[in-house]
Design a protein around this ligand. Structure first.
Ligand SMILES: Nc1ccn([C@H]2C[C@H](O)[C@@H](COP(=O)(O)OP(=O)(O)OP(=O)(O)O)O2)c(=O)n1
Length: 127
């Protein structure tokens, strides 16, 4: 079941949170930035990037799934801002000593218990 060989739906090698976490730790360590990467500072940086992400959608009105009318430059910008949010989120979890991947899986299970599937919400009845 070698999960490291799994491909994403776009044919790329799957990227693990652990790999991103390791790369980010090395990035900060090489620059001597670890002292600045406190939980509070990373949270503020994360919120700032969420703001930049929001700006992309600001005043656009409703946006269709798949972003059919967006230019490749706009999509690239969105990829960058989504990545900034993800990278700060991972670093925040790391400096808090938390396993974000496991926590997210646990939360999905908890969400499923809180919101049980009913006939009204199953895909077969909504499509
Ligand atoms: N102390 C820092 C500074 C930056 N980064 C990383 C995480 C983000 O992925 C990216 C953020 O870099 P910038 O602060 O330069 O923000 P932007 O890339 O959004 O640039 P700009 O605000 O000019 O659009 O760099 C980091 O890990 N730790």
């Amino acid at each position: 079941m070698g999960s490291s060989h799994e491909l994403t739906r776009n044919g790329h090698k799957d990227v693990s949170l652990q790999e991103l976490s390791d790369r980010l730790a090395e990035f900060a360590q090489l620059r001597g930035w670890e002292e600045y990467h406190s939980p509070r500072n990373l949270l503020l940086a994360l919120v700032g990037e969420v703001g930049e992400l929001s700006e992309i959608f600001q005043w656009k009105g409703e946006v269709a799934r798949g972003l059919p009318n967006w230019t490749s430059d706009e999509k690239e910008h969105l990829e960058e801002e989504l990545s900034d949010v993800l990278l700060y989120l991972i670093q925040l979890a790391d400096v808090c000593g938390l396993d974000l991947g496991q926590a997210a899986l646990t939360k999905i299970v908890k969400n499923a218990r809180k919101y049980p599937v009913t006939n009204k919400t199953t895909a077969s009845t909504t499509n």
